[in-house]
Design a protein around this ligand. Structure first.
Ligand code: ADE
Length: 233
């Protein structure tokens, strides 16, 4: 392997998540502002939001879910809320929590919706990480500022991400296009692309391949794997 990965990935452990959430909780505490209600932005904010409840001694926990729409005509992604329900949050301080602020669109959308429709006393936003070089929004609270964009591979999307990583390599790598690829070659091209090794994913690697075959995205042959016909993306 040589050079910089095409999609730099940083594997995040469960221990990292606990440490970062603890650090984030400390930032909230030190600000002197106390949330009465925590709102997790689904799905990425679930685990950090639950840990913040524990670390900040908050018993009220709700969730809103964001979804990304690809507008074909404009080739732009827009975030919307999937189930825009309303609750009465009058008099409450609400802390909206996500795993990461990348473009910032998701958290800003959730914050503005809650401020407008739930009418709380105040809404603030928090994330474990803030990618300051790309984000349009700076969260009120964050634990880590990230300057160079990387994909944080959080433990709660291990299987989902890994399936996408594998498909992307098979679809987009010039060396592999349109043929059967042995597992050893797939593993070495994977490292070139992402800078992390299949072994780092433990049992998830085999499970991801198994799922892709079962879902019909990949075909397994005695010589290795190939993209299923008609699914070349
Ligand atoms: N979701 C949006 N941007 C992300 C990133 N850079 N890493 C992990 N999850 C993300």
């Amino acid at each position: 392997m040589a050079g910089r990965p095409r999609v730099p990935v940083r594997l995040v452990s469960w221990d990292d998540v606990v440490e970062w959430s603890r650090g984030l909780a400390r930032r909230v505490e030190e600000s002197g502002w106390r949330p009465d209600l925590v709102v997790a932005v689904a799905r990425g904010g679930f685990v950090p939001a639950r840990l913040l409840c524990d670390f900040l001694d908050v018993t009220n926990l709700l969730s809103v879910q964001s979804q990304h729409w690809v507008e074909a005509a404009r080739a732009a992604e827009r975030a919307i809320l999937k189930f825009p329900y309303t609750v009465d949050a009058s008099g409450l301080n609400v802390l909206v929590v996500d795993d990461i602020v990348d473009t910032g669109e998701t958290l800003a959308l959730a914050r503005d919706f809650i401020a407008r429709e739930w009418k709380p006393r105040e809404v603030r936003i928090a994330a474990l990480q803030w990618i300051s070089s790309v984000a349009k929004v700076r969260p009120d609270y964050y634990y880590l500022e990230v300057r160079e964009w990387v994909w944080f591979q959080y433990p709660w999307t291990r299987l989902e991400d890994l399936q996408q990583f594998i498909l992307r390599v098979l679809r987009e790598d010039e060396k592999l296009a349109g043929r059967v690829v042995g597992e050893e070659e797939l593993r070495s091209v994977f490292v070139e692309w992402y800078g992390v090794r299949p072994e780092d994913f433990g049992w998830y690697w085999g499970e991801a391949l198994e799922r892709l075959v079962r879902r019909g995205d990949l075909e397994r042959t005695p010589q290795g794997y190939r993209l299923a016909s008609g699914r070349r993306g």
